[in-house]
Ligand binder design. Structure first.
Ligand code: FES
Length: 269
């Protein structure tokens, strides 16, 4: 990898086209959508999406792009609501993303048109997580049994998402107790506890790490999450200065996948 791949927006746009628009991506832990109306919103690899549990208890993943003028409908990262009301001009959608109403001055000509609904993305639940895709959903990681969900920690890290993935992979080899799901998820089992680390590429220099803890309270991982943040921000400075990451079987596999995606972009653009 070149140092600019870690520090410039061009590589992030390439990754948005070739990785984040095609792969099966994690959105949140299913436990974060605890009851009807519970939602999370996030920008994952440049795509703004909402995960919500509808009134029937099913999980929906919607594009967070209003059908009026394509603006972001939901701006808060999580909450609970009965409907989604766009903050710009008041178009309102139900929990399945269906258009409900709009104030008269901005009302659509045909309120029955299906084109007014928020786009629903293919999504699935596996291993206690919600996965989605901007294209066809592929089978996500499946860890047979997880202990009870204990909560999620959110850590904002000033680094490129690849630095965070490399750090999570660097100390591990594939084993029964450690699984990596390309591109953004690792699962680590330690006795009765399972830690699912979900990397959320927000911008090319901002990454959110969601640490989902199963088998004990999430708070017990707070120090470990702070350490990951500190190490990743140090590593980011190393990458920007041209230092290469430490190698290892999983880091090498990650780079091969990235190289394949970059090569694919050169063929199609
Ligand atoms: S952009 Fe959403 S109501 Fe206008």
């Amino acid at each position: 990898m070149k140092s600019e791949d870690y520090s410039q927006g061009e590589a992030f746009q390439l990754e948005k086209r070739t990785i984040f628009s095609t792969e099966c991506l994690p959105l949140c832990a299913e436990g974060q959508l605890a009851g009807p109306g519970a939602f999370v919103s996030a920008t994952v690899g440049g795509w703004s999406v909402i995960g919500v549990r509808d009134k029937e208890g099913a999980v929906q993943v919607l594009r967070n792009a209003c059908r009026h003028q394509n603006m972001q409908v939901v701006a808060t990262p999580a909450g609970n609501c009965e409907t989604f009301r766009c903050r710009f001009h008041g178009w309102t959608y139900d929990l399945q993303g269906r258009f409900v109403s709009a104030p008269p001055p901005v009302a659509p000509k045909d309120p029955q048109s299906p084109d007014l609904h928020l786009a629903t993305l293919p999504s699935t639940l596996a291993s206690g997580m919600v996965f989605f895709s901007l294209s066809t959903l592929v089978t996500p990681i499946d860890v047979a049994t997880l202990p009870a969900y204990g909560g999620t920690l959110t850590t904002e890290i000033a680094c490129n998402w690849k630095v965070c993935v490399e750090h999570l992979l660097a100390e591990h080899t594939p084993s029964a107790d450690f699984t990596w799901a390309w591109p953004l998820l690792t699962v680590r089992r330690a006795g009765p506890v399972t830690i699912v680390e979900q990397v959320v590429p927000h911008t090319f220099l901002r990454t959110r790490l969601l640490t989902h803890v199963f088998g004990r309270a999430a708070d017990e991982n707070r120090q470990a999450a702070a350490t990951i943040k500190h190490v990743c921000e140090t590593l980011q400075a190393d990458r920007a200065a041209g230092k290469q990451p430490a190698t290892g079987a999983l880091v090498d596999a990650f780079h091969r996948q990235l190289a394949g995606a970059y090569a694919q972009d050169r063929v199609t653009t």
